[in-house]
Design a protein around this ligand. Structure first.
Ligand SMILES: [Zn+2]
Length: 598
């Protein structure tokens, strides 16, 4: 794989939209420190009445808007090349500066929460644009610590982020994969190559050999990674205890604005009700590929062994615009901008973060990271990330910084919605059974597998981990391996052999450093599937509702947002309907396969 310095500029994103030069970046960093000092001087110990409440929130808003592009610039530059020393040091410096700023301004929350609630409510009335922010603040009151304790904790900000950074350093910098050999021939291996290519490789011998070599390398780092992870878990546990939450689950779900029942439901229902459908899918893949047995290393292969459309970066724009045209003119204009203005980093290079993500700094356009392999299923990845981009693009235009970000529970709804729309577009423009089967199997293998299986099994495993930690326990590699393996075996039953190496899957996802994130993928996709079905039957009215939900940003909780889009997630019906929908897609795959094989 090539170095970052060798990639084509047109395949990279343009970070100069954040800062033209390094000098400009440094200047902004200095200015934010000065602004912080000013904020402290003006307000510390002086937040006493409605005017000072509104003014200090305004000043915090301004400061936050100033810091966001700085943090984004440093993090994005690092994400495309984790081996770049300059980028590493700069990100560390910015992290430290932000922690120090957070500590300095932690008095704002503390002082606001010491005030009489009626005064805060008066401020809400005077400045309704801050009402939601103040409401969220009041929710936090029971868990707020002494101002000096809050300040000390904020100052340790980067230290608490340490485990996640260590995880990435181990994975992306230290871990070096040797070539692996099949029949005397050598093949290159890396994290990105494994997850982007080898896992999907048609040649069974090569695919399984790659899995083995990949797992061998993971194994060498399992103890370091487990220790790193345990450190993260213990930090979360201590935080939860210090703040007086009843359990670590309540502490982690607090910001999501959902209770434990919504969380548990997602895991329990999917583990039991989706499993039979997915086992049927695994059987079908095995049959089509004529495999002796179905192993964990075979689960990601496309259904059709020889049908693999490819697509170039240049062609992807047309697919995005056509596939998402139903979202309306404004949305399509945004898609054009994302290509014209280079919001997207397509390049494949050494040291680049794995997977794909979208970063949406307030006050600026979103950025998307992806490593384009030219396999056609990348259109789904890109549509997904553009779903996040479109969401925040609209939310930022319509909401202030405090109101723009919804609960994590809802975050994956707009992104997975776009995958559904893309699939529908591809299906309706073809009568070819093979192409149709490819599209449906891609929705299953990617959209649903990824969001309802991969992430959900992470969530089921993660719940077991947190149960141990909540009881005051610790974890190590052998405990994590055991838990992961159990979850995989429970879900796949006897239909899929959980071969050696599968138990190490817990090492692969950065999500574990982001609280209770994994389960939200299936939660978001449940909402998306229901709204998608509404769009199929009701057309533009449903699209309009959806656009309004995107614009609402974080002004409502997930239950209310879903309701705006016509979905009632207070019951398990949407989830059950979604699982039935997945079942019907697998029925179609079975039928199309019969048709093709005739
Ligand atoms: Zn996403």
């Amino acid at each position: 794989m090539i170095n970052r310095s060798e990639v084509k500029i047109e395949e990279t994103w343009d970070l100069s939209h954040l800062f033209q030069t390094d000098e400009e970046f440094e200047k902004a960093l200095e200015e934010s420190k000065i602004e912080t000092t000013k904020l402290v001087e003006t307000f510390k110990g002086k937040i006493t009445d409605v005017d000072s409440i509104v003014n200090v929130i305004k000043a915090s808003q301004k400061l936050e808007e100033k810091i966001i592009p700085i943090a984004t610039f440093a993090n994005l530059a690092l994400s495309v090349d984790q081996t770049n020393d300059t980028a590493q040091l700069r990100a560390a410096k910015v992290g430290q500066a932000i922690a120090s700023i957070s500590a300095d301004i932690s008095f704002v929350t503390s002082e606001l929460l010491e005030l009489n609630e009626s005064l805060l409510e008066e401020a809400s009335k005077k400045a309704p644009e801050y009402a939601n922010m103040i409401k969220q603040l009041i929710r936090k009151k029971p868990y707020q610590l002494h101002p000096e304790a809050e300040k000390a904790l904020a100052a340790f900000g980067t230290t608490f982020d340490g485990p996640y950074e260590l995880y990435n350093t181990t994975k992306l910098v230290d871990m070096k994969f040797d070539d692996f050999e099949v029949n005397g021939e050598k093949y290159p291996l890396s994290y990105n190559l494994f997850e982007g290519d080898w896992e999907l490789e048609h040649d069974t011998e090569k695919r399984r050999a790659a899995f083995e070599a990949f797992s061998e390398k993971l194994k060498e780092y399992q103890h370091t990674t487990a220790k790193t992870y345990d450190m993260h878990l213990q930090t979360e546990k201590t935080n939860s205890d210090l703040r007086g939450y009843e359990s670590i689950f309540d502490s982690l779900l607090f910001n999501q604005q959902v209770d434990r029942s919504l969380y548990n439901r997602q895991i329990d229902v999917i583990m039991s009700e989706l499993a039979p459908h997915m086992r049927r899918y695994a059987k079908l893949v095995q049959k089509v590929h004529g495999l002796d047995k179905m192993t964990f290393a075979d689960l990601k292969i496309p259904l059709d062994p020889s049908y693999e459309p490819t697509i170039s970066v240049e062609e992807s724009r047309k697919y995005m615009k056509d596939g998402l045209a139903i979202m309306g003119e404004d949305y399509v204009n945004m898609l054009d901008r994302s290509f014209d203005e280079r919001w997207i980093d397509f390049a494949q290079n050494k040291g680049k973060s794995t997977g794909a993500f979208c970063s949406s700094p307030y006050g600026h356009h979103p950025y998307i990271l992806i490593s384009w392999t030219s396999r056609m299923n990348e259109v789904f990845v890109l549509a997904h990330e553009l779903g996040h981009a479109g969401h925040f693009y609209l939310a930022h235009q319509n909401q202030n910084i405090f109101n723009s970000r919804p609960s994590l529970y809802f975050i994956e709804a707009p992104s997975t919605m776009n995958e559904m729309l893309m699939a529908n577009h591809l299906l309706s423009n073809s009568t070819d059974a093979r192409f149709k089967r490819w599209v449906i199997s891609t929705i299953i293998a990617r959209t649903y597998y990824h969001n309802f299986v991969t992430h959900l099994l992470e969530a089921a495993y993660q719940r077991k981990v947190y149960e141990i930690v909540d009881q005051g326990g610790n974890v190590n590699a052998s405990i994590l391996n055991k838990l992961k393996k159990e979850v995989l075996e429970e879900f796949w039953g006897g239909e899929v052999e959980i071969n050696d190496g599968a138990e190490l899957t817990w090492m692969r996802q950065p999500h574990y450093y982001m609280g209770l994130y994994p389960y939200t993928y299936s939660a978001g996709l449940t909402i998306a599937t229901q709204v998608y079905q509404r769009i199929q039957t009701e057309g533009s009215k449903a699209v309009e509702d959806w656009i309004e939900v995107l614009k609402a940003g974080g002004t409502k909780d997930p239950v209310e947002l879903a309701k705006m889009a016509g979905v009632d997630i207070t019951t398990d019906q949407p989830l059950k309907d979604t699982i039935a929908f997945i079942g019907s897609l697998i029925d179609q795959l079975e039928q199309l396969t019969e048709e093709i094989e005739k």
